[in-house]
Structures are given as structure tokens and as C-alpha cells.
Design a protein around this ligand. Sequence first.
Ligand code: PRP
Ligand code: URA
Length: 209
Amino acid sequence: MSKIHVFDHPLILHKLGIIRSKDTGVKEFREIISEIAMLMCYEATRDLPVEEVEIETPVAKAKAYRLAGKKLAVVPILRAGLGMVDGMLALIPSAKVGHIGLYRDPDTLEPVEYYCKLPQDIAGRDVIVVDPMLATGGSASAAVSFLKKRGCRSIRLMSIIGAPDGVRRMQADHPDVDIYVAAVDDRLNEHGYIVPGLGDAGDRIFGTK
Ligand code: PRP
Ligand code: URA
């Protein structure tokens, strides 16, 4: 069974409160999504392996560390996942970025694929899938399935808000994929929106409504 990590860092909680508010405008919403992604990236990467190296400071030889193990890739689920990419790359600037385009059919709530472009060497990388909202879990589960078909074996999912249904769906479909969120909310409403949530993340990031 995959693990669910719920981050309760005070800065994340504070910023989450701001983006939940309906009075927060596009500019601030977009900036804070990116900041939360950066803070979550810091927390979610604390288990990355490091190796010891010898370096020379201006004063003396010293033991230092550098990241070891597989290289990273960040894969946003379009559109809303794009809002998290800059924050992730601020901390892991050499990560490659793949894109998976999915939208949720408003009637069936099933994900519909419209774009997929991944780095050629994706199978050999540790992949972090990013999407602010994990609602029914259909989009995240489909994105992870694409990645597995492309040979990826090390995948984690980072969302800002999850719903219990989405967490259950991911754990059932992909028990090998750990999930990182800043909150798990109460439920989904009849339109598949997370309650209380923050509304439509894509529309709020891009100002489309
Ligand atoms: C939103 C969100 C997720 C999906 C979550 O995208 O960004 O991708 O819904 O819902 P699910 O867990 O029930 O699949 P949406 O389909 O609204 O597309 P958009 O990002 O292009 O607005
Ligand atoms: N997608 C969103 O953007 N928000 C939700 O609450 C659910 C799915």
C-alpha cells in the first residue's frame, strides 16, 4: 500500500488558506500555488539518496555531499499541474519536464487524454507527477498508467488538495505510488469538486472563468 504524506508545515498551511479563499485573485493564486509546490518539493525529496564527495573550499579539503541515484523528472498534468512546475524547478533545476494533457469530462468525470510528451529517457528517472487537485483520482491514475506504460517504475504524486475518494482510487490502482498532499478535504460534491477545496484550479491559475 502506498503511503500518504500530509504536510502540515506552518508556511504551507498559511499559504493554503490564502488560495482557498474565493477573494484571492489570479496573480496571487498563481504565485502561491508555485510557492506551495516549492515547499512541498523540499519536504517530498528529503529521502533522496546522497553520496559523499571530496571538494576543496578556498581554505581546505572537505567532505561534502551531492545527490546520487536516478535523475528526476517532473510531469505536470495539464493544465493546472503547470502551475506547480516553476516551484519544483526552483529546487531541482536540472529535472526534465514531461507533459500529460488530460481533462475531466464534466458529465462522466472520466479523464480524456489530449496530449502526452515525455522526455525520451523517462523510464530511467524518478518521476514526480504534479497536479494541484486529486478529486476522483481518475486523472492522476490515468497519468501514472501512461508513465508505467512508458516503463517508469519510480513514481510519486504531489497534489495540493486531495479528496478521500482520490486517495483511495490511487492507492487501489497504484499501490506503489506514494502521495504527497497539503490537505485531505472532506468529500466531493455532486459535480466532482472537492469540498471545501479551492474551486477549479485550472480556471483560477489561468483566469479562464
Ligand atoms: C482538474 C485537476 C485535475 C483533475 C482532478 O483538471 O487539475 O487534473 O481535475 O480531478 P479528478 O481527480 O477527478 O480526475 P481539469 O479536468 O479541470 O482540467 P484543467 O486542469 O485543464 O482545468
Ligand atoms: N478539479 C478542480 O480543479 N477542482 C476540484 O475541486 C476538483 C477537480
